[in-house]
Write a protein that binds this ligand. Structure first.
Ligand SMILES: Cc1cc2nc3c(=O)[nH]c(=O)nc-3n(C[C@H](O)[C@H](O)[C@H](O)COP(=O)(O)O)c2cc1C
Length: 223
């Protein structure tokens, strides 16, 4: 079954962030069609979602990565509305994908464009050991096949919501995280949330804009 066509967001809802692709190497990967995990009942998905800290060596398929990123930040309605809710429909969280073991996606750190569903490589190679070190040395980070890093740009959300901005962004990250976890459960994959990391170390390790704050890391892999 095909997913509904994505609609481009309106100008007002587009992020005013600079184009991350501008400074990036040329590799861009258009994500394939979203996989629907058969007829998995929601109740089964909710019951089987569990944090997994051990993963096999089996790589993820690119269509699985596509489905995970769509579940996390997919555009599902005109005006750029997404799978996960966002206070004021601002969408202040940007997704970056780490490819460690993904068929058809060279190891590296990618920016995910939710509008075009294109991954743009920002750094080549395997940063997994250094990422795990920045996450309190957690073994699951060193073993997973891929991960989604959510970073927050607080500029607009602070203008709109003032002191509530950080809370609202954290809640939104939780919604995205749950979508990620439910999609992994539906696909028979494993996943876990990682909140224990050194944000300063991540910012030094990764080519992300200085005014973006790492908020949440979501792992995935075969079990
Ligand atoms: C915001 C958040 C951050 C978390 N950070 C970590 C983490 O850094 N390391 C870890 O092993 N588990 C982490 N977890 C997973 C929890 O330990 C896990 O959800 C909890 O033990 C309940 O188990 P369950 O997810 O299987 O229901 C995190 C969960 C949440 C919601």
């Amino acid at each position: 079954m095909k997913m509904p066509e994505q609609q481009p967001p309106s100008a007002v809802q587009r992020s005013s962030r600079p184009d991350r692709a501008a400074e990036a190497p040329a590799l861009k990967v258009a994500l394939p069609e979203v996989v629907l995990a058969g007829e998995v009942p929601l109740r089964h998905v909710l019951e089987t979602r569990r944090s997994r800290r051990e993963y096999s060596d089996t790589p993820l398929r690119l269509d699985e990565v596509s489905s995970l990123l769509w579940a996390a930040q997919g555009i599902t309605a005109p005006g750029g509305l997404r799978t996960a809710p966002s206070a004021g429909a601002i969408y202040p969280l940007h997704g970056y994908f780490f490819s460690f073991r993904v068929e058809g996606l060279p190891a590296g750190f990618y920016s995910y464009d939710a509008d075009t569903r294109v991954l743009t490589q920002l750094a080549r190679g395997d940063k997994q050991t250094r990422l795990a070190k920045a996450c309190s040395g957690q073994q699951c980070v060193a073993e997973c096949a891929g991960a989604l890093l959510l970073t927050a740009w607080y500029g607009r959300v602070k203008r709109e919501f003032g002191a509530a901005a950080e809370k609202l962004v954290a809640v939104e990250a939780g919604h995205i995280g749950q979508n990620w976890h439910l999609q992994t459960a539906a696909l028979g994959l494993g996943s876990i949330s990682i909140g224990s990391f050194d944000a300063t170390a991540l910012k030094m390790l990764l080519p992300i804009p200085q005014d973006e704050e790492p908020v949440y890391l979501l792992l995935a892999g075969c079990v």
